[in-house]
Design a protein around this ligand. Structure first.
Ligand code: SDX
Length: 428
């Protein structure tokens, strides 16, 4: 009998198994709690609750460690490509040369989207936030590829559904941006690698020859790798719970895009730049905004700071901060908000409020500064996060389906009115 945990309740003692992961994480398996005790647990925001067992990503929040399928984020960001890391996360192993060439070829053949998707796109006003456009157009893929609706179809069908969305998301994301500008869309250029093709679809204009800058493409490749997966975060948990009802991959991803949009989650990268701009417009008074961030009566938070899991530096933030200096220098960009960001970080890391609460810069704190230097507009920052996170969402959805996990259906503690008789309106 392995480790167990005891719960004593109502004069009885109940034993529950303690399970251990490959990195020695331990959890109490309470799957029989209600049947044996009549009790459920309550854990707002699931701060102490594991929803699944997963072999995809390992986080160590205390030590600032992030690994995809055992490979460190530092190694992958330095040595790999976004598509290679996508293959690793989705299929579990780094691809051989042949496997990668086939994966890349399959994706290249599916970068076009159905022309009728442009009719849906044209229905959006140009002030539509690109995240809303992205979520809607990804959901519309269920109409153009009805075979994707049944996630229990053959492995080949699931593979094709995966290839189509990896191939088409960049096209749809670039089209959402062109819709915001009121400009004509660009079609994929399959002679280019993934990041260069995306940049060309984003920034090419009919009258000019557009050559993607390799410095920009390389920086984008690194940023996308850093966003690929992050275990059971808000949007990934959304993808899993939607997929657990046997809804299709595209419906699940569309829901994940909506969850990522929130400013407490992926929307933070846009909120960080808006915050830095506001501080700059207000004379760059860092101390004033630090005081606001600590004032419980002030709704202002230091966006890009804090994390549910990391109680140390987010390793991605370290890499992005270093890349920001390199990319801005290479591009000859001098962005005053970078200095404001560094000033905020310096003050926060010494401030007892932040130190006591272990609030450090997270992935969103510096990413917007690089996106801006790459010419990507603020409203597209969270779309860039979705582009990077897509392989992780796919991998987590696929793992949940392959493990045949049950439909997600949490319990609750009811606090409403107890039973009472109906009263006719005339008598109320
Ligand atoms: C992402 O989960 C993931 O892995 C997400 C992500 C991924 O890759 O998928 O890493 C991506 O979403 C990163 C986080 C981006 N969001 C932000 O930068 C928004 C600002 N951060 C906070 O809103 C907050 O830190 C969260 C939402 C990220 C985490 O919130 P928690 O874990 O629920 O913690 P909490 O809100 O309970 O805060 C604990 C304390 C509170 O103070 P006390 O009540 O103890 O006095 O810390 C304070 C909070 O008020 N606090 C902050 C703060 N973040 C937390 N105070 C000021 N500024 C902040 N940013």
């Amino acid at each position: 009998m392995g480790d167990t945990a005891s719960i004593s309740y109502n004069g009885e003692t109940y034993e529950f198994p303690v399970i251990e992961g490959t990195e020695n994480e331990k959890g109490i398996d309470i799957s029989k709690l209600r049947a044996s005790t009549g009790l459920v647990t309550l854990d707002l925001g699931f701060k102490n609750t594991g929803s699944t067992k997963s072999a995809i990503t390992y986080l160590d929040g205390e030590n600032g460690i992030l690994r995809y399928r055992g490979y460190s984020i530092e190694d992958l960001a330095e040595n790999s490509s976004f598509l290679e890391v996508s293959y690793l996360v989705i299929f579990g192993e780094l691809p051989t040369k042949e496997q990668f060439e086939k994966f890349n070829r399959d994706i290249t053949q599916h970068t076009l989207v159905h022309e009728e998707i442009k009719n849906i796109l044209d229905g959006f006003p140009s002030n539509a936030h690109p995240m809303g456009v992205l979520s809607a157009l990804i959901s519309s893929l269920t109409a153009f590829y009805p075979s994707s609706l049944d996630p229990n179809r053959s492995a080949d069908e699931v593979y094709m559904s995966i290839i189509r969305i990896v191939a088409k998301l960049p096209t749809i994301a670039a089209w959402a941006f062109k819709n915001e500008l009121g400009h004509p869309v660009n079609y994929p250029d399959n002679s280019l690698e993934y990041c260069s093709n995306f940049l060309k679809m984003m920034f090419a204009i009919p009258s000019e020859e557009y050559k993607p800058d390799p410095v920009v493409a390389d920086a984008l490749n690194k940023l996308l790798i850093l966003h690929v997966d992050h275990e059971q975060n808000c949007s990934t948990s959304t993808v899993r719970i939607v997929g657990s009802s046997h809804a299709s991959l595209y419906s699940s991803i569309s829901a994940g895009i909506s969850a990522l949009w929130g400013p407490l989650h992926g929307g933070a990268n846009q909120a960080v730049i808006e915050m830095l701009e506001a501080i700059r417009a207000d004379g760059g008074d860092v101390e004033k905004y630090m005081a606001k961030a600590k004032d419980k009566d002030d709704p202002f938070r230091l966006m890009g700071f804090g994390h549910r899991v990391y109680k140390n530096f987010d390793p991605r933030a370290r890499i992005i901060k270093k890349a920001a200096d390199t990319v801005l220098a290479k591009l000859g960009v001098n962005d005053p908000v970078l200095e404001i960001a560094k000033g905020l970080e310096e003050v926060a890391l010494k401030d007892p409020y932040f130190v006591e609460r272990k609030l450090y810069p997270n992935v969103d704190f510096y990413s917007g500064i690089i996106y801006r230097a790459l010419g990507i507009p603020t409203q597209m920052f969270t779309v860039m996060f979705a582009l990077g996170r897509l392989p992780g969402w796919i991998a987590q959805w696929k793992e949940m389906r392959e493990n045949n996990e049950p439909i997600g259906r949490p319990r609750q503690i009811y606090t409403g009115a107890t039973e009472r008789p109906f009263v006719n309106m005339g008598d109320r």
